[in-house]
Design a protein around this ligand. Structure first.
Ligand SMILES: [Zn+2]
Length: 76
């Protein structure tokens, strides 16, 4: 009976070690929030109205465009 108790304790300890090892190390919630998408300022193309990030747009004399082609179409 004594060995049965020892065996039971050993099994519980082993189970706990195994379950800890199997659990993937999840990154902290704070770290996930920082890695999330940034709020990008979106603007519409003056020629076609397509919304895209402000930094990716082509600046023309009459406005901002989604591409150099649309700038050329709108300003020439
Ligand atoms: Zn456009």
């Amino acid at each position: 009976m004594k060995y049965l108790v020892v065996l039971l304790i050993a099994l519980v300890v082993l189970w706990r070690i195994r379950s800890k090892a199997q659990a993937p190390e999840a990154p902290p919630i704070q770290e996930r929030a920082e890695a999330g998408p940034k709020t990008v300022e979106m603007h519409a193309c003056t020629h076609c109205g397509l919304h895209m990030p402000f930094s990716d747009m082509v600046t023309g004399t009459r406005g901002r465009y989604c591409s150099a082609g649309h700038r050329a179409l709108a300003e020439h």
